[in-house]
Design a protein around this ligand. Sequence first.
Ligand code: CMC
Length: 422
Amino acid sequence: MVESVTITDNRNGQTIEIPIVDGGVSAEQWSKILPGIWFYDPAFMTTAVAESAITFVDGDKGILEYRGYPIEQLAEQSTYLEVAYLLLHGDLPTAEQAEQWVREITYHTFIHENMRKRFLEGFHYDSHPMGILVSAVAALSTYYPDAKDIFDPETRHKQIIRLIAKMPTLAAAAHRFSVGMPFFYPDNSLDFPSNFLSMVLKTAESRFDADPTLVRAMDALFILHADHEQNCSTAAMRVVGSTHVDPYSACAAACAALYGPLHGGANEAVIRMLTEIGSRENIPAFIRAVKEGHGRLQGFGHRVYKNYDPRAKIIQDIAYKVFEVTGKNPLLDIALGLEEVALADEYFISRKLYPNIDFYSGLIYQAMGFPVEMFPVLFAIPRVTGWLAHWVEMLEHNTKIARPRQLFVGSPRRDYVPMSSR
Ligand code: CMC
């Protein structure tokens, strides 16, 4: 039996039956019976904006899969670059495809010298690295005018390779500039996460080899952040990309969305919150204040996960491995105490608020030596893959510009009043 809903317009008794397909009803069908009557859904709470085959999330069961593969298996066994291939191409690469993919990305890690010397050095000395990254990604479009040719698959592929390859270089450059350290060129004899850590952490060595545990942790964190279906920054990518602008400009918009404290900035907020709490004794008072509406428990809650965030569990395990190398982050005890109290508290239980990916990621980044300002930048490096996978999927399925409607609640028509008569 085909599942469907029937809508009746009580003004005239007209009805229409709309089939439920893949868990949704078509708004186009709806508009046939009710032209000019819009769904009022400002934060897309009940709106599906795309048919997508990339990432599956079941928020009630705490499931996350990239192209059908459970996130737990990918984080444990795969590499970020292999996952990037999977997200963009739909399947895991063969050995030959993987080799070519990694080679292509490795050869595109450098940025134009002008970009480093004139553009990046033009920022104020204490600029936020995420602000630098947003602008730098947008600026790339001016170096690659061929990127405008978005319907040519070969040109598109070239920009995808460039963006994935250059994100760590731009991120490292933004970080080094914001802390007054010299920029280091990519070392293409290193793998993707090692190369990034080398550009970030190197001082005077001719070659920097990061601790293998930290390299693996970085790669696993990149995998966990690579995609998360229709989140805010991906929605920004799709909306801006629907104008047919080049992918660098669309990615800059997505990056800007990720800068916000409710999205990519949440792990920074977690560290600030834990630092402010200061010690375990202050946890009950903090929780009380949150329940009374004074601020939020940062790193808790999610629009989709209403059971647990599977990424949070994996991240907790990574945290313990990283702390064996770096020493325990002193904020960990406060985080564990906070989690314990919140998970047993009726306020958080009834609202289905659980730790999300950001609750522990900041503790790891901080233990690895990254300043809090770098946290959203670290999120953006791998998320560019998700943005691009959704961008390609959108271009192949829908070439219409995104253009929502509104419910107008302003003044009715009135005549202009000269200033002397107001
Ligand atoms: N602390 C305290 N109360 C909360 C929290 C929180 N972290 N999150 C939600 N609530 C309460 C909220 O006050 C509301 O209560 P009531 O029904 O009494 O008004 C109820 O739970 C529902 O909240 P909501 O704001 O309607 O939920 P949402 O789906 O719009 O927001 C969220 C999701 C992630 C923005 C929100 O949970 C939040 O602000 N969390 C803290 C910031 C954070 O950790 N963000 C990272 C998200 S995961 C990374 C990513 O995917 O970008």
